[in-house]
Each structure stands twice: as C-alpha cells, then as structure tokens.
Design a protein around this ligand. Sequence first.
Ligand code: NAI
Length: 333
Amino acid sequence: MAKKTVTVFRGDGIGPEITDAVIRILNAAGADLDYEIYNVGEAEYEAHGALIPEEAFASMERNHVLLKSPITTPVGRGFRSLNVFLRKKYDLYANIRPAKSNHAVKTPFQGVDIVIFRENTEDLYVGVEEQIDQDTIHATKIITRGASRRICRDAFEYARAHGRKKVTCVHKANILKMSDGLFRDVFYEISAGYPDIEADDKIVDNVSMQMVMNPWQFDVMVMPNLYGDMLSDLASGLIGGLGLLPSSNLGENYAMFEAVHGSAPDIAGKGIANPTAFLWSACMMLEYLGQMECAARIRRSVDRVLEEGAFNTPDIGGTATTEEYVNEIIRLL
Ligand code: NAI
C-alpha cells in the first residue's frame, strides 16, 4: 500500500517545538506516513503576508488529513481565529476530546474516562458580533437542527462502537429555551435510535460542579460549541492538565488532529512544552488511518515513560525538557 501523505501545520508559540518532537517520534515508530509541513500563523503572516499560505490549503485539500499544532489568536483585535476558520472551511463538525486518567500522572482524580463531543461549526463561534450603539454589542448564537443532529448522532455511534454506556447532553435550555432547547430536543430524538445506550441531560453550570465533585459519573458527553470549549479544558484539569488532552476534528471529507491546548506563549521557546497531547492527537490520526499497531506502540512507550516519571515535563511535576522526554519515548519504542 502507498504511504499516506498528511499535511502538517507547525503553528506558533510552542507549536513548532511540539511539531518537530512529534514528527521525530512518528518517524522513529515507523509510521507509514509522508509529511507536507507548513509554517502558519502570525510569524508566517509577517514573513509572507498570509496566515496560511495557499500551498498549505492546497495540500490539505489533496491529502484530506491535517495534523495541526496550536496557533495564536490575539484577544479582542486582529484576525479571527484560524482554528475556527479551519473548522468551518472544512466542515469539521465533530470535535472529539477523550479525557482519560493515566495512573502514572498523579492527580486527585484517578479513573476518569470521559469523551467530549463538541459541536464545532456554530453556536457563538459563528463570530457574528454587531455594534448596536456605543455601549451595546450583540453576539449571535446559532443552533441548527442539522448540526445538532449530526453531532448527537456521532456521539451515540461512538458510544455504541466503543462499548460506552451513557451519553449526557449538556446545555443551558432553562435560559436559552429556543436555541439550547432545540439542541436538547434533537438529542432525545436521536437517542431513541439507541435504546441500548442510556441518555440523560444536564445544565452546563451544574455539570461544571459535578465534573469536579464526581467526574466518574460521566461517560460520553455531547454539547454545543462554547460549553465544549470550556468543559474540555476543565476535563483536562482532571487528568493532569492541557499537556495531556488530544482531539480529533472530523467532517464528511476532512479530518484534523490537534491538541486541545493553545500556543502557550508563556513557555514558548523554553524547551519545556509537553508534547503528549499533540502526540496522542497524532496517535488518533494513525488510528483514523488504520495504522493501529504503530499508534499502540507509541502509546505503550509514552505510558512507560510517564510511569518511570524521571523524564516528565514540568507541567506534570517533572523537571525534564521536551527533548529529554522525547528521547526517552524513542528509546523505549
Ligand atoms: P494555552 O492552552 O496556550 O495555555 C494555557 C496554560 O496551559 C498555560 O499556562 C500554558 O503554559 C499551559 N500549557 C498549554 N499547553 C501546554 C503544553 N503542551 N505543555 C505545558 N504546558 C502547557 O491557552 P492560552 O494561554 O489561553 O492561549 C494561548 C493562545 O493559544 C491564544 O492565542 C489562544 O487563542 C490560542 N489557542 C489556540 C488553540 C488552537 O490552536 N487549537 C486552542 C486554544 C487556544
């Protein structure tokens, strides 16, 4: 079989460091991949006048699979989020974020195993804001039946395929009766096709408390875009932080794999970023491409290094650099 070519965006902040680390590991593990690697983001804009070069889009459209490292989005000024843009452009509607405890990473919450399905194309992220007068801004929240249906369906399909017991819908339909009300109604319509899987719903503020008090009650969770954004960071806190939470963004024709965390400007260039979330995202990509054995080999090696503890990065309590951590993963492959 021909090697699969994937497109890679190196991003900015810690993006380039963790991209180079992950490509080294993929190569060492014998991933059957070729890479088309592009610099994207603010530095690329300053150097060549485009946040994402045309060739990078063309590559994505040729290969249909993108491994994307984080990109900085300035707050309250400048360009809109490239992440939101990419998810919309390629209709990557299902953002899947598995938050699973690793017994080697010490947190007060062992045994957490939650998979968040975040709707990725609408809600407040349509980015429609309007100045009504000098002191008033309106932001538009969009929820459609079609988008709600496909993300809820995917959550139930995933639950069934992975032997999961329950899907929880998260919403704020007590206040947003029409928009979140629609999401919740669609969730229960879809759930009727999956009598083997328990379906329940909870209000987002209550869920925020329950995830901290008793995260073990949650299994698969499905929600509109904004709640998914927030609760997945919360979920990362349960399992040891953002350095450990991977994701896939799937649509009908394209797939993008990225860490949940951002470009971490506070540690960029220091050589201490934890590449695990991005590496596990790459493992999700390998599994998506059917390269199960290679993904499993990498996962086993990471587990052993985390277990050893001597090569952990500072965000999870260690003192190692990214390079030392990566060298040890490669040594144990
Ligand atoms: P962030 O996720 O970049 O960082 C939050 C905190 O977690 C920081 O203290 C950071 O040092 C730490 N952290 C994150 N990833 C880490 C890693 N791999 N290893 C060790 N520590 C890590 O969130 P922040 O600071 O709010 O956002 C920075 C920029 O990233 C913003 O411009 C934001 O818009 C962008 N962003 C991009 C995303 C993407 O490209 N998918 C996702 C989230 C944010």
